[in-house]
Design a protein around this ligand. Structure first.
Ligand code: G6P
Ligand code: MG
Length: 188
């Protein structure tokens, strides 16, 4: 069967923004006196912002206002980091892969848990290339629920079985499999 569409995860697939998320979490955790390590950051791949903070806090209790203030500050730091992002930050081979998909007439989209997905794609200079951008605002249930990828397949009018998802996070691979997509896992 001919592949009808490709859905790319963003962070860790098109670009390596894990470092920016790490630096932003580290900064806010240092300010709050919350322990945080690179190893913990790896657990946050593919996780929404609030879910990430819940994982970081573990047993620690904070009131709702503090919780939201930490999220807002983390995102402000991450937005500062995004200012430094340029097309150079596309991972090796991505521009060539997008060119090859264009040449083959295969549409491609982004399916990311990030609410900053459009901004990241704009900084990378590729926002306009994608047929659809599904982000952290597109559906209510996050990966590993298949909802985001299914919503994108519907928007592109393609069947999941004839589409391929490219993911670096376990939750994302699971979401793709649950939705009946072909899936390519990248990274560790
Ligand atoms: C991606 C990243 C996660 C990040 C999430 C939310 O899935 O892999 O590390 O927490 O997006 O990103 P946001 O930009 O909305 O804070
Ligand atoms: Mg990812």
């Amino acid at each position: 069967m001919k592949v009808q569409a490709v859905i790319f995860d963003l962070d860790g697939v098109l670009t390596d923004t894990a470092e920016g998320h790490y630096l932003s979490w580290q900064r806010v955790c240092d300010e709050e006196g919350i322990p945080f390590t690179r190893q913990m950051n790896e657990q946050l791949r593919g996780r929404r912002r609030a879910d990430s903070l819940r994982l970081i806090l573990g047993e620690r209790q904070v009131d709702e206002a503090t919780f939201n203030a930490i999220l807002a500050r983390k995102n402000a730091y991450y937005l500062e980091y995004l200012e430094t992002l340029t097309p150079e930050a596309l991972l090796p081979g991505i521009p060539q892969l997008l060119d090859a998909l264009d040449a083959a007439g295969i549409p491609y989209a982004v399916g990311s848990a990030s609410r900053n997905a459009r901004r990241v794609l704009a900084q990378l200079g590729v926002l306009e290339r994608f047929a659809f951008v599904g982000d952290g605002n597109t559906v209510a249930r996050a990966k590993p629920a298949p909802d985001l990828f299914l919503a994108i397949a519907q928007a592109l009018d393609v069947s999941p079985a004839a589409s391929v998802v490219v993911e670096d996070a376990q939750a994302g691979v699971e979401a793709a499999l649950r939705g009946g997509f072909g899936v390519v896992g990248v990274g560790p």
